[in-house]
Design a protein around this ligand. Structure first.
Ligand SMILES: Cc1cc2nc3c(=O)[nH]c(=O)nc-3n(C[C@H](O)[C@H](O)[C@H](O)COP(=O)(O)OP(=O)(O)OC[C@H]3O[C@@H](n4cnc5c(N)ncnc54)[C@H](O)[C@@H]3O)c2cc1C
Length: 411
């Protein structure tokens, strides 16, 4: 397939990477990267952690300086794509501009699920998705005394760790019964719960938030479903995201919990791919079930798969998912998907905060979670990139060492 123009909608992690990989792979045609946020494309992970603590500047969040886009002849358009004319292969922008494409890549990401409770429009209520959100939040974090976090997923807990480190009193409210329940094993949840409690964070599990109470337009407290009133000058919520599918839906593309794509990340239109947080793909690491994965590695790996295909080297997307989160002194790295695990083997100890959990499903190793054990994570990535042979019995032997096992079983 010979292409002369690729249009990419969404200038986030996945959109930027597909543009950069196309040029790196020798693509000489036109590349247009459309992003509806101001400034240069940037990385989001520090927004809920290092950036709020002033450990990284806004300039250092950008993937590349402005000169890169000129040098690489990547046309960066600050605009919003509003319509896809599939018949004529055009994308129409809010400015009225229309761009022709030979291939279109949708990398529109996701937006935060809203709190949708009375009082959620009060000042002092924040979700964290964009640099603008983090810029509004950062000055509030320094002197705040009472913080409520709604949701104990990665972003909620990263923020809880930041606020606790600043000396705030932090309450975390979650409908589930343990931290990061959707993403990690009960053993790893337990380590993080203990660590947060040691930092002074108070958890309220199996609780929702019914309303926010305010004075003079500012949040002052939060009411939980069991009637407790928690003081809060600042409320941060992280209760999941909703994929940005509107232009794909209007264009008649197949939708299933995101933009539905096949194993090659093609949508129901062979001239359109979808990647990153918005793409719902058949995941070989999840029984082939259509899945959406919200992570930087997934966005980058999918971008590289699509760019390789556009450069004539098509192959199905099979990358092993991996994730990380930084909370206080804890770095958690996860490889694989632990969904539906039925047994675990733990290495190291919760007390030392150097702890690895191997998750098995029906005897098959499906995920490895490592807290402050980067060597185990690296070994785990190698082990799970091949059909995993490690058994529960082997892993349970008293002197088992994951790194040594990986070395001994290299193909
Ligand atoms: C605060 C925070 C912390 C995170 N921390 C981690 C972490 O520690 N580790 C990790 O692996 N992942 C982390 N993530 C998740 C990670 O950032 C995302 O998975 C990743 O950015 C997904 O890339 P994407 O390109 O699919 O979407 P995004 O990076 O969200 O980019 C999508 C872009 O498309 C734009 N857009 C949407 N519609 C249109 C349109 N019609 N026209 C033009 N532009 C449009 C959006 O505004 C956005 O700029 C974090 C996310 C957040 C918000």
């Amino acid at each position: 397939m010979s292409l002369s123009s690729v249009v990419i909608v969404g200038a986030g992690q996945a959109g930027f990477q597909v543009a950069a990989s196309l040029r790196q792979g020798g693509f000489t045609g036109r590349i247009s990267l459309i992003g509806d946020e101001p400034g240069l494309p940037y990385q989001r992970p520090p927004l809920s952690k290092a950036y709020l603590l002033g450990k990284i500047s806004a300039a250092n969040l950008a993937f590349r300086p402005e000169a890169f886009f000129d040098q690489q002849q990547i046309e960066l358009l600050h605009d919003s794509a509003t319509t896809i004319d599939r018949q004529n292969r055009h994308v129409v922008l809010a400015s009225g501009k229309s761009l022709q494409y030979d291939h279109l890549v949708l990398a529109t990401g996701a937006h935060n699920r809203a709190l949708s409770i009375p009082g959620d429009d009060l000042a002092g209520v924040f979700g964290i998705k964009t640099l603008a959100d983090a810029n509004a939040l950062a000055p509030r974090v320094k002197d705040v005394r009472n913080v409520v976090v709604v949701g104990s997923g990665f972003i909620g807990l990263e923020f809880a760790a930041v606020a606790a480190a600043q000396g705030a009193s932090v309450h975390v409210v979650d409908l589930g019964d343990r931290p990061m329940a959707r993403a990690v094993s009960a053993e790893m949840s337990s380590l993080f719960r203990q660590a947060h409690e040691a930092w002074g964070v108070q958890f309220h599990f199996r609780q929702g938030v019914t309303r926010l109470i305010g004075e003079n337009g500012k949040v002052t407290a939060v009411e939980t479903t069991d009637g407790q009133i928690l003081p809060a000058e600042l409320l941060v919520y992280g209760i999941g995201v909703i994929p940005n599918i509107s232009i794909a839906t209007e264009a008649g593309l197949e939708i299933e919990n995101g933009i539905k794509v096949d194993a090659n990340l093609l949508t129901s239109d062979p001239h359109i791919s979808a990647i990153g947080d918005v793409a719902c793909f058949p995941c070989i690491h999840n029984h082939g079930e259509h899945s959406r994965i919200e992570s930087v590695p997934n966005a980058m790996d999918q971008a590289r798969t699509v760019s390789a295909r556009l450069l004539g080297k098509a192959s199905p997307f099979v990358a092993t998912p991996w994730f990380w989160t930084d909370q206080g002194n804890l770095k958690l790295q996860i490889v694989g998907l632990s969904t539906g695990y039925d047994s675990t083997v733990s290495l190291g100890s919760v007390e030392s905060q150097q702890f690895t959990v191997l998750c098995f499903r029906k005897g098959e190793l499906v995920a490895i979670e490592s807290c402050n054990r980067p060597g185990d994570h690296l070994a785990g990535k190698k082990i799970l990139s091949r059909p995993p042979e490690l058994t529960v019995t082997e892993a349970s032997s008293p002197d088992f060492d994951l790194k040594a096992w990986e070395l001994a079983h290299r193909p």
